[in-house]
Design a protein around this ligand. Structure first.
Ligand SMILES: Nc1ncnc2c1ncn2[C@@H]1O[C@H](COP(=O)(O)OP(=O)(O)O)[C@@H](O)[C@H]1O
Ligand SMILES: O=c1ccn([C@@H]2O[C@H](COP(=O)(O)O)[C@@H](O)[C@H]2O)c(=O)[nH]1
Length: 216
């Protein structure tokens, strides 16, 4: 049993606000120092509910921006298990088929666990699992422009389908669930995933935590 407990850092905010970029930049800049055993990213999207029992046309109508679309109980169980030094099997999700694949990703406990996703701070049980809560406060028009380009290039979508989904669910759910969850954040980050000062503040915090592990 290690003498440290993982530190769990949540990175929340609107779709395409820069959560993934922020998490991946921290990971890339720390991985040489911490090693594979030191840091990992978990994506909330991996915990979208399995929809393999539904026809593709039905899956296309799911509201993916409502909390019920996620199996948050499983994400919460997995974080608890990692904090108890147990390995977990994280589901894999496919945005093109809108369901889980048959594969899972094995994750062992790490000193630093970065969790990123739109609705992490909305759920009180999940909130209790996070040591540091971050909210990416990127203007929604910038998020929309980035989402169109990303979804068309990487998630097999058309501009028309992104537009319809944005107006019917993404935007209303943002105002109902995502933006109000900002109140729970310890750090609110403006200007997205490339905000160098914000990246350095979070990295400095991680270094402080690692120093404590060395002393324990
Ligand atoms: N500051 C930025 N400048 C330019 N492009 C960015 C910036 N932040 C994010 N992007 C791009 O916008 C898209 C969405 O960013 P991403 O980090 O995936 O957002 P999220 O994880 O919040 O959905 C990606 O294609 C990413 O490369
Ligand atoms: O099958 C799906 C699952 C999710 N989405 C959209 O993804 C975003 C959340 O992911 P980000 O990486 O934070 O953008 C969410 O807004 C869903 O609308 C989807 O379109 N299809």
């Amino acid at each position: 049993m290690p003498n440290w407990k993982p530190t769990v850092i949540a990175i929340a905010g609107a779709s395409a606000s820069g959560k993934t970029l922020f998490a991946k930049t921290i990971y890339r800049e720390l991985i040489d120092e911490l090693g594979e055993e030191g840091i990992v990213i978990i994506n909330e999207d991996a915990y979208y509910r399995d929809q393999s029992h539904l026809a593709l046309a039905e899956r296309e109508n799911t509201n993916y921006d409502h909390p019920n679309a996620f199996e948050h109980e499983l994400l919460s169980q997995h974080i608890t298990a990692l904090c108890n030094n147990e390995a977990v099997e994280v589901p894999q999700y496919c945005y093109k088929t809108h369901t889980r694949t048959d594969e899972t990703t094995a994750i062992s406990p790490k000193r630093i666990i970065l969790v990123e996703g739109i609705l992490l701070l909305n759920n009180p049980d999940l909130r209790d699992r996070f040591d540091i809560k971050i909210y990416m406060d990127t203007p929604l028009d910038i998020c929309l422009l980035r989402r169109i380009s990303r979804d068309v290039n990487e998630r097999g979508r058309s501009v028309d389908s992104v537009t319809k989904q944005y107006l019917s669910t993404v935007r209303p759910m943002f105002y109902q669930f995502v933006e109000p969850s900002k109140q729970w954040a310890d750090l609110v980050i403006t200007r997205g995933g490339k905000n160098r000062i914000a990246l350095d503040v979070v990295k400095a915090n991680i270094h402080q935590i690692l120093q404590k592990h060395l002393k324990e």
